[in-house]
Design a protein around this ligand. Structure first.
Ligand SMILES: NC(=O)c1ccc[n+]([C@@H]2O[C@H](COP(=O)([O-])OP(=O)(O)OC[C@H]3O[C@@H](n4cnc5c(N)ncnc54)[C@H](O)[C@@H]3O)[C@@H](O)[C@H]2O)c1
Length: 415
């Protein structure tokens, strides 16, 4: 199929590459000309097989770039993946502010306006960008020309595994508006994967997208509550408890995210929770569950800071990317922890070899109380200065001579 891709950022670029790799003729356009190139980007990406380096995919890609007009003219199907940003205060690396606001839809509205101005014949337009329920109908459709036939198709993709998640989704979600576009999208996805297609109304699809993300945040907060209980009660171990819960696949759904560790992070989950908390206030929800998830995440992070502060040693963070294997720090719970420590007057040493793209020898440093903020695999064998304490919310750091390891939520620690 002839695909047009508008918005070649962290989501759009890898998805456009994946569509081209599946044999589609993909022409991309981005208002930022730097993003109209097959040069590697600054962030890590695990490719479909988890092995092929991104550079290899880029070198052999048939993805091409063109003006907005040429992209609109040529495409049978136009995907729109422009940003719907949030204020930095709502990213999850600071304390939850009292104020709430919706996402910023100016980029999406501008993109729809410019596609409308370029469309000379009817165009199937698929919006991927994350929005709160009600946005497409109330804020986007009024700016779309009659020639645009819209469908809302959010992606359940995690940063760092975009190509893999695009090619192997759990399901495809279509928020139907124009039947032609829903049918065209269904034909298109048949060429990508055999995942089930769930077709529903636009508002339902908008809500499913943000509900999915916030459900993950809720699961993590829950697993971390179990971790804290296990840390405070002798003879309990969080991994033993979640190991049992993970067997309940009939009632508790999947084993994913059912592990104690740092709070939820990334560019989507904390901000989606806060945005739904904004919606909760707007529509007078009887209980703002989304705020509670964010407050719990913050308190759990404060509690980890309490454990660090119970040791009279300088404070250090080992790992501050938002999750293992990535150099992306957006929404990182480790950065929230750093801020909390700074609020308490501590200067925090921090080190992340994946973010900084450099390994450091820490053994010669003065002893610190370190907290492992990201479970990058290499930290399992990390060597640290004698006299240090390691707070390990992942329970995976191996023994270091002269270093006391606190396995958070594990039975052996009875503080
Ligand atoms: N990054 C992810 O893994 C991910 C996953 C699921 C959903 N999302 C959602 O997808 C959307 C995009 O996210 P992202 O992370 O790729 O954002 P991003 O900021 O990395 O990329 C957006 C791109 O759109 C471009 N753009 C903006 N206005 C444009 C216009 N009028 N015409 C052409 N290009 C335009 C920008 O220059 C930028 O390159 C957001 O709504 C986000 O919430 C992202």
């Amino acid at each position: 199929m002839k695909i047009g891709f508008i918005g070649l950022g962290k989501l759009g670029f890898p998805c456009a590459l994946a569509m081209a790799a599946k044999g589609h003729e993909v022409l991309g356009y981005d208002i930022n000309s730097k993003n109209m190139s097959l040069e590697p980007r600054g962030y890590n990406e695990t490719c479909e097989d988890g092995v092929t380096p991104m550079n290899t995919i880029l070198q052999s890609s048939t993805l091409r770039f063109g003006s907005l007009q040429s992209v609109v003219d040529r495409a049978d199907l136009l995907f729109v993946a422009v940003q719907t940003p949030h204020d930095a205060r709502f990213e999850g690396i600071t304390r939850l502010p009292e104020e709430r606001v919706d996402f910023d839809y100016r980029f999406l509205v501008d993109a729809i306006k410019s596609i409308s101005a370029s469309a000379k014949t009817p165009k199937n337009v698929i919006i991927i960008s994350t929005v709160l329920p009600g946005t497409i109908r109330n804020e986007v459709l009024p700016h779309a020309s009659d020639l645009l036939r819209l469908c809302y198709n959010p992606y359940f993709i995690a940063m760092g595994t975009t190509i893999r998640d695009f090619l192997h989704p759990e399901f495809i979600l279509l928020g139907a508006h124009h039947p032609e576009t829903t049918q065209a999208a269904t034909r298109f996805y048949a060429t990508i994967c055999d995942a089930p297609i769930y077709c529903t109304g636009i508002e339902n699809a908008e809500l499913i997208k943000v509900a999915y993300n916030t459900y993950i945040g809720m699961k993590i907060v829950f697993a971390n509550a179990i971790m804290e209980i296990c840390h405070k009660m002798p003879n309990t171990n969080v991994d033993a408890v979640t190991g049992g819960l993970k067997l309940a696949t009939r009632r508790l759904i999947s084993t994913a995210y059912m592990e104690g560790g740092m709070g939820d992070g990334g560019g989507c989950h904390p901000r989606d929770n806060i945005a739904l908390s904004w919606l909760a206030r707007k529509i007078g929800l009887s209980y703002d569950w989304f705020e509670s998830v964010m407050v719990a995440r913050e308190r759990q992070t404060e509690w980890l800071a309490d454990i660090m502060c119970s040791y009279d040693l300088p404070k250090g963070l080992i790992g501050y990317a938002f999750k293992a294997g990535t150099n992306i720090c957006v929404g990182s719970p480790a950065l929230l922890l750093e801020r909390i420590l700074e609020e308490r007057g501590h200067e925090v040493f921090r080190y992340d070899p994946v973010v900084e793209k450099a390994e450091r020898d820490l053994v010669q440093m003065p002893p610190h109380v370190f907290l492992v903020g990201t479970n990058h695999t290499q930290f399992a064998q990390l060597k640290l200065p004698r006299g240090s304490v390691v707070i390990d919310p992942w329970r995976f750091v191996s023994a270091n001579e002269g270093v006391h390891i606190v396995r958070v939520g594990a039975a052996e620690w009875q503080g």
